[in-house]
Design a protein around this ligand. Structure first.
Ligand SMILES: CC(C)(COP(=O)(O)OP(=O)(O)OC[C@H]1O[C@@H](n2cnc3c(N)ncnc32)[C@H](O)[C@@H]1OP(=O)(O)O)[C@@H](O)C(=O)NCCC(=O)NCCS
Length: 230
């Protein structure tokens, strides 16, 4: 695994590595130009979620929806870039951020209305619901297959953790399907614990997993009387 260090820079970037041999990874807020790469990465890494719902044009459909989201201020997408290529992505949602508008219309432009209606219905099985005021919700965590086990996801999650604290949130939440052992191992290592189990029948047919688990991590900084913080 690559050494994980954090850069303090004006651009709020973080990196793993630091030498040419270690191929540094920079974590940054996503920009509108990242939309095609984000669409391709999410369609590929989250194949079990997007192939049965959005179909074979999932990457294009996601890129279009994400492009619109990225052009709005306050979007929640972060990317991990290595040698200028997007190798990881994650999204952080908080209650104050407005949900994207016109998603159905944009999807329909690429995959047509029948598949759009099917996709939105099926994806609603995975929906988290309204966010609490003190909650930061992690979604769309994905790392390119050839960049895994190098600490990229851990670094993205660390940056999301910091972003959540900066926005005054006290806990982070996420859903993970029960058959996703790598992701469950990652979240457990980062201090997330199971909060709620959801079992589904339709979800099993569509996504191939028997259910999903809501995981949670408290992130409030404890205050100690002597030192101020612990
Ligand atoms: C899950 C995923 C994001 C992990 O990304 P990653 O960059 O490879 O993860 P990291 O290298 O940061 O791993 C950190 C820790 O997570 C755990 N972990 C990650 N992948 C693992 C695997 N395949 N098997 C077991 N543990 C794993 C390990 O504890 C690892 O630490 P270690 O390498 O020191 O043992 C990646 O496999 C992925 O994109 N999967 C497909 C998309 C997905 O499932 N997203 C999550 C949706 S909820």
């Amino acid at each position: 695994m690559l050494l994980v260090t954090e850069l303090s820079s004006e651009h709020n970037a973080s990196s793993v590595g630091g030498s040419a041999e270690r191929r540094p990874v920079v974590i940054r807020h996503a920009e509108p130009d990242d939309a095609p790469a984000l669409g391709a990465l999410l369609a590929s890494a989250l194949w079990a979620k997007y192939r049965p719902t959005l179909g074979r044009r999932a990457a294009d459909a996601l890129a279009l929806v994400i492009a619109d989201d990225l052009s709005a201020s306050g979007h929640g997408y972060w990317v991990a870039a290595q040698d200028g290529r997007v190798v990881g992505a994650a999204h952080l949602a908080v209650a104050e951020d407005a949900p994207p508008h016109g998603v159905a219309r944009r999807l329909a432009n690429v995959i047509g209305w029948p598949r759009t209606l099917w996709a939105l219905g099926a994806l609603s099985i995975l929906a988290h619901g309204p966010l609490a005021d003190d909650e930061a919700y992690v979604g769309e965590l994905a790392v390119a297959a050839d960049a895994r086990r190098q600490g990229v996801a851990a670094l993205l999650m660390a940056r999301l953790d910091r972003a959540a604290r900066e926005r005054g949130k006290s806990h982070m939440t996420l859903w993970v399907t029960d058959d996703n052992a790598p992701a469950r191992a990652l979240y457990a290592q980062l201090g997330f614990s199971d909060r709620l189990a959801r079992h589904w029948r339709v979800g099993r047919l569509v996504f191939g997993s028997a259910g999903a688990t809501l995981m949670e991590k408290q992130i409030t900084v404890a205050v100690s009387p002597e030192s101020g913080t612990t």
